[in-house]
Design a protein around this ligand. Sequence first.
Ligand code: AMP
Length: 450
Amino acid sequence: MCAIVGIYGNEDASKLASAALFAMQHRGHEATGISSGGDDSKKIFTVKNRGYVRDVFDENAFSVLKGNMAIGHNRYSTAGSDSTFDAQPIHAKYKLGEISIVHNGNLVNKNEVRQRLIDEGSIFQTGMDTENLIHLIAKSSANRLRDRIIKSLPKLKGAYNFIIQSRSKLFVMRDAHGIRPLSLGKLRSGGYIVASETCCFDLVDAEFIRDVKPGEMLIFSKDNNEPESIMLDNTKEFRPCAFEYIYFARPDSDINGINVYSARENMGALLAKNDAALLNADMVIPVPDSGVPAALGYAKESGIPFELGIIRNHYVGRTFIEPTQAMRNMKVKMKLSPMRSLIEGKSLVVIDDSVVRGTTSKRIVKMLKDAGAAEVHFRVASPMIQHPCFYGIDTPTKEELINAMMTKDEVQEFIEADSLEYLSIDNLKESLGRDTNYSMVSFDGDYFVV
Ligand code: AMP
């Protein structure tokens, strides 16, 4: 998953990058880092560490991070281990000078490429697939960095947004399917921003210009007032990730021209159509925060009152983000509490955005029943997740996916809900608009990257 940002042409580049990373903290909080440069010293400076953006970037960090361009990264481990070594940016010296690189996405041929590079003598410092690109660039014989990048990219398959900083330029690349989101904005205080999500544009006072095109390379340099655009590959179908809309992105982001909040409302409204639970339900309750827009959509469509029947403690991180099952179980309890007086004796429609392992939904149903709910009808504003995603969303192995291992009735029994329904794949398409063929691998198993 992860967040990336690039700032070009602003003297507060590293501060703006950290503000953008702060607004995109939801995309990963395992580690964070910024490289900056572009000042007279012609150096690249890097600060990275485990932890939250607010903890890693202080005055000390900014005193190091000089220059009018910067790249940044929030890490959510999908490939590689969770050690500090695996924090980004990855900063390296090579024949043409220095580069630093950030990456969002997941390369599907990472192991083959890495093995080939190791066979040829490369030494890897991290477990990250991102490092493959550094080695390919370092080994290329082309004379210019841009040509080295252009020659290296076709060797990588999968989902990627890369931002590479040299001592004087910024290079931005989006994979040819455009799987992960990436947007370009203009900073009102001068210069440009490229970021995973538009939700950070307000904070840094940037005006949205457009999304980076699938297969496009943007180059920011002193030679041009505007970023130079080179189409590297326009032969592939645009397949943006549907899961960004369902769960991952912040509701105030617009991805490919669609607002995430309104997409989630549509999902909820479509769930409500012909839903049998409507007959006797007293209220619609979201699982906060990810289920809120869908629950509002469900409530509006059905006319059943929307209530905040579950209260969230905001001082706990995202439950899924903790590596062990024991910690995840504990965290659900720490994070969510039932509104007893509201739900006692009531029939509830409970909306969450997705069911992955089934841990959260089982705990929530139990919590609501223990608090006196008469009926809990669990509704999921996405289709059944039956396949692992290898394109940058952190889904576990098939064996851990409850909907891959059990039928819908078995899941209902397992989570002890009075009824259970999911959004259909067709309704998901309907809620996002049918003019784009979204990547839905978790739901349909269509692994289209070949
Ligand atoms: P689970 O308990 O494994 O079924 O997880 C479901 C919960 O995790 C839902 O409430 C989602 O909001 C959240 N979730 C779904 N997908 C992800 C993901 N890839 N990373 C983190 N959280 C997720």
